[in-house]
Design a protein around this ligand. Structure first.
Ligand code: NAD
Length: 276
């Protein structure tokens, strides 16, 4: 698996397996199948309710820990009664316990939730977790440029990653340019737009011409933009298909045809307004 080097030197596999909306009782099997298919990067979150099952799969498969890259995310609403520091430490410790790990490779603030105005203090708390060595890298998710600018102004640590909704209908050009300027890796969630872009004629045409599937074409577009992708599937053939991306390259005109599908259309909530 190819990797990208994050701004703190940590190597991150450019493709991972996302487990959002996989029911708890199917997650262990799905993750074991993904690891058997060659995935080495797993993306979960406290709010997905399946960290325990991800941990059980990791344990059952028994790969050397250093061969795996595990991301989880802080649900900032977790126990929001204490200090930000206490809430964050408690939530992080709970995630580690559920995963059965003593460290994660990447810990993200799941949403900024500007209405609560806790994300700057939360980011400082993540910095201390990173300092303790229990998260090899730290980052954010669903942060927009103004939220990132506040972190720059009020703290001294630049996020290694910003994981955001990104697919051909929401190409996030400005945010990607901002990330590139500041050394933040762009990670795409719902990289396939949850399947909604796979019957788009422009994508189907490229797929047919290249003898690839629409999903492979979309994921390849991401990789050529420099995005890390974390597609989700519980269907074995799709799990295998979504990782078989390294034997072809899209041409510039093919990339441009996909770029033209950008309509600013979100599947998920607006990060500025989302309140958890
Ligand atoms: P996705 O774009 O990965 O789409 C998944 C869906 O696409 C599947 O359920 C299936 O219906 C279809 N699909 C997958 N592979 C296919 C293939 N080869 N052919 C045809 N159809 C296929 O969407 P997602 O699951 O929402 O996002 C992926 C991951 O991103 C999640 O599992 C999660 O880890 C992460 N995520 C993060 C956030 C966040 O707020 N940080 C939000 C949503 C998702």
């Amino acid at each position: 698996m190819e990797t990208v080097t994050l701004n703190n030197g940590v190597e991150m596999p450019i493709l991972g397996f996302g487990v959002y909306q996989i029911p708890g009782d199917q997650t262990q099997e799905a993750v074991e199948a993904a690891l058997a298919a060659g995935y080495r990067h797993l993306d979960t979150a406290a709010s997905y309710g399946n960290e325990e099952a991800v941990g059980a799969a990791i344990k059952a498969v028994g790969l050397p820990r250093e061969e795996l890259f595990v991301t989880t995310k802080l649900w900032i609403q977790h126990n929001p009664t204490g200090t930000v520091e206490d809430d964050t430490r408690r939530a992080f410790a709970s995630s580690l316990a559920r995963l059965g790990l003593d460290r994660v490779d990447l810990y993200l603030i799941h949403w900024p939730i500007p209405s609560r105005d806790r994300y700057v203090e939360t980011w400082k708390a993540l910095g201390r977790i990173h300092g303790d060595g229990r998260a090899r890298a730290i980052g954010v998710s669903n942060f927009e440029i103004p939220h990132l600018l506040r972190l720059f102004d009020e703290t001294s640590v630049v996020p290694a990653v910003n994981q955001v909704e990104l697919h051909p209908r929401l190409a996030q050009r400005d945010l990607r340019a901002f990330h590139a300027e500041h050394g933040i890796l762009t990670e795409a969630w719902s990289p396939l737009a949850q399947g909604a872009v796979l019957d788009d004629p422009a994508i189907v045409e490229i797929a047919d011409r290249r003898g690839k599937t629409p999903a492979q074409v979309v994921l390849r577009w991401h990789l050529q933009l420099g995005n890390v992708v974390i597609p989700k599937s519980v269907t074995p053939a799709r799990v295998a298909e979504n990782i078989a991306l390294f034997d072809f390259e899209l041409r510039d005109d093919e990339l441009a045809a996909i770029d033209r599908l950008d309509a600013g259309g979100r599947i998920g909530p607006d990060p500025e307004r989302f309140a958890g």
